[in-house]
Design a protein around this ligand. Structure first.
Ligand code: F6R
Length: 693
């Protein structure tokens, strides 16, 4: 996914070199999301074209500088300094106010190349520059119109229409008059009226020096505020809306698509909402709310209303964004799981007492439990790993709550416009809380009147804000693009959800208590399974050269098969398929021979004997088997030692998927030197695009 970062220093002198480094560093923090090119824009200098004394208001400042490069951030940095060295640009020139923008791009429209990288420009004079995350769906129509008005396009991107449209609007507004009559936010709002699709945008303009405008619809964007003289500050607490107005105090303002790029500068943030236009000018932050749809439905344009917002505190520590002793973030996050699971459960499991039952307390949904218990069905909605986590939790929800549970992949629900009813409880599962498909499905469920519950890892995310109630998984910031610790914490939260909903039934109390005991022990069991590290590395090394890997699971561990295969695909770039073992006879058996490696999940639960039978049938076909079983049961799954066995600690059946997934999470990446070469431009991390957002 693309990344946006912007930095504006106000009333504090910063040299050009410093500004460049802040922008580069911001981009480095966004690297983990995957990208193939990057770019930045900074000001050239204070000199004005056509102005003798360097200060005439009617004169145009020199066009901002734009640097764009294919490849990683280091190649962008190199190219910027090389280019600067060939000019007389002074890196030590100091700017008391300056607005810079930056972007990492993952190609969607047009190949990775400098011309397709952002900032995209309105033309050779860089009157308007834009960095963009998302997709403009009506760009072709806009492009045709702009071409008719004489604009020429250099890139194949959808984004290029935005700065060109801004220039068109600006020029039209100023036709016949020399002076600037239209404000920057009026230009941007007019541009927004014409855009369809999802976007987070930042505008920089030569006509509005030292100002920035951000706006969004569908893609995440944050504003970070750092007051440099806080003790002498505005007199307002930063929770106060007045904090955002200018006191003349020196400050630094940041925009970012991702909290990771802000946390080292400030924890004071504003989560920008859809339709908001945030204008940074003269140290002030002005927010306008723009509702295009409302305007359209009334057959005209609504006027954007000014809104007041207070800042909130980012719940993230700088240490969380460091890799520590680990080679890459994914490895770090896999090893963090004993701690992340502990944090997920902290304060939520009640041990009971001599005459009190053990129970679960989920503050975010306790007032809605009665409604959930009365629902006609529970519908889980998610994408990728989050969907798999929900799938792993489905059996225990059905068992403890007696409510039918259906599963929906967000995009598929939207494609079918599947039925969602007022009597449904719809549970949205998402690590980021910002996944576009899941968000659209949430809008759809809200329109249909269902009770919407959010399960996310990101406080303040769109899903957390827009659902009626929910539970934060509290797994800590997940930077590795392939989700690991969020998956295990999501399962634990959904098991706790089942315990909370089923808490009104006496008949399952013993079962519930044994699950709660199991949850208490879970972090230590995960610590134990992490010791298989070397064994899994060796296995991964053997399998690395294979073309394909099948993973069979059933019951609680059907999800383990899907998630294990997804991780292998994502991190080993190898074909892998998770298969419901009960379906083996209905087609997949045809694939089995002595070459194709097959992982069978056969830890001890109610499906164990059925899995033993699957193993026998695979043996009969001379299958090359790797069986995951409970500790001490190797001889039951692999008589005569004919297959490779991974023995894992046994826990209560419904949380066994948490233990079972760990050996399959990251080893294929860790072992392969070749693989690291395959991953584009990610010296810093293992990150790639994985279809998120
Ligand atoms: C796979 C992975 C993705 C995400 C999916 C949904 O490792 O990370 O499949 O799970 O893109 O993302 P969230 O959970 O943020 O909604």
């Amino acid at each position: 996914m693309c990344g946006i970062f912007a930095y504006l220093n106000y009333n504090v002198a910063r040299e050009r070199r410093y500004i460049l480094e802040v922008l580069f560093n911001g981009l480095r923090r966004l690297e983990y999301r995957g990208y193939d090119s990057a770019g930045i824009s900074v000001d050239s200098s204070y000199f004005y074209v056509g102005c003798e004394d360097h200060c005439g208001n009617s004169c145009k400042p020199l066009p901002p500088l734009v640097f764009r490069q294919e490849g990683n951030i280091d190649s962008l940095v190199r190219s910027v300094y090389e280019e600067v060295a060939t000019t007389d640009l002074n890196l030590e020139e100091s700017f008391p106010i300056h607005a810079g923008i930056a972007h990492t791009r993952w190609a969607t429209h047009g190949e990775p190349a400098p011309r397709n990288s952002h900032p995209q420009s309105s033309g050779s004079e860089n009157d308007f520059l834009v960095v963009h995350n998302g997709v403009i769906t009506n760009y072709e129509v806009l492009k045709e119109t702009l071409v008719r008005h004489g604009f020429t396009f250099e890139s194949e991107t959808d984004t290029e229409v935005i700065p060109k449209l801004a220039k068109f609007v600006f020029d039209k507004a100023n036709e016949g008059e020399g002076d600037q009559t239209v404000t920057f936010s009026q230009v941007v709002i007019e541009v927004m009226r014409h855009l369809e699709g999802a976007y987070a945008l930042i505008f920089k303009s030569r006509h509005y020096p030292n100002e920035l405008i951000a706006c969004k619809r569908g893609s995440p964007l944050l504003l970070g505020v750092k007051e440099l003289n806080e003790d002498k500050g505005t007199g307002a607490s930063f929770h106060d809306v007045k904090f955002l107005t200018n006191s003349g105090q020196p400050k630094e303002l940041f925009f970012s698509s991702d909290a990771q790029a802000l946390v080292e500068h400030t924890k004071k943030v504003l989560v920008i909402e859809d339709g908001e236009v945030v204008h940074l000018k003269d140290g002030d932050v002005t927010i306008l709310k723009f509702d295009n749809d409302k305007g359209k439905s009334k057959g005209g344009h609504t006027r954007p209303a000014s809104v007041q917002r207070a800042l909130s505190v980012l719940e993230m520590e700088v240490e969380q964004i460091n890799k520590g002793k680990y080679e890459h973030y994914m490895q770090k996050e896999i090893h963090e799981q004993p701690e992340s699971l502990t944090t997920t459960m902290r304060g939520r499991l009640i041990r009971g007492g001599s005459c009190k039952a053990k129970s679960v307390l989920l503050g975010g949904i306790k007032d809605h439990l009665k409604t959930i218990r009365r629902s006609r069905r529970i519908v889980f909605i998610g994408c990728g790993t989050s969907y798999n986590a929900a799938l792993a939790s489905r059996p225990i929800l059905e068992e403890l709550c007696g409510i039918p549970v259906t599963m929906e992949i967000a995009s598929d629900l939207l494609d079918r416009l599947g039925p969602i009813y007022r009597e449904d409880t719809v549970v949205f599962v998402s690590q980021s809380g910002e996944t576009a498909d899941t968000l659209l499905a949430l809008e759809y469920a809200l329109e249909n009147g269902a009770l919407c519950v959010g399960i996310t890892n990101t406080v303040g995310s769109a899903i957390a804000r827009n659902t009626h109630c929910g539970v934060h998984i509290n797994a800590g910031c997940e930077i590795g693009v392939a989700s690991t610790k969020a998956y295990t914490s999501q399962i634990v939260v959904m098991v706790m959800l089942a315990l909370a909903i089923g808490d009104d039934t006496i008949s399952n109390q013993t079962r519930r208590e044994s699950i709660i005991d199991g949850l208490f022990e879970l972090p230590s069991k995960v610590r134990e399974v992490l010791k298989l590290d070397q064994e899994m590395k060796d296995l991964a090394k053997e399998l690395m050269s294979e073309q394909s890997l099948l993973v069979f699971g059933r019951g609680y561990n059907y999800a383990t098969a899907l998630e294990g295969a997804l991780k292998v695909k994502e991190v080993a770039l190898m074909h892998s398929e998770g298969i419901l073992a009960g379906e083996m006879k209905h087609g997949p058996l045809a694939l089995v021979d002595e070459n194709l490696p097959i992982v069978v999940i056969a830890t001890h639960d109610a499906c164990f004997s059925k899995q033993q039978s699957v193993i026998q049938q695979l043996h009969a076909r001379k299958g090359r088997l790797i069986v995951m079983c409970s500790k001490g049961e190797a001889s039951l799954v692999c008589p005569g030692g004919s297959c490779r066995v991974i023995e894992v600690p046994q826990v209560v059946d419904c949380i066994q998927p948490v233990v079972n997934i760990v050996p399959l999470q990251g080893h294929f990446l860790k072992t392969s030197g070749d693989l690291r070469k395959k991953i584009k431009h990610s010296d810093e991390s293992e990150s790639r695009e994985c279809g998120r957002k």
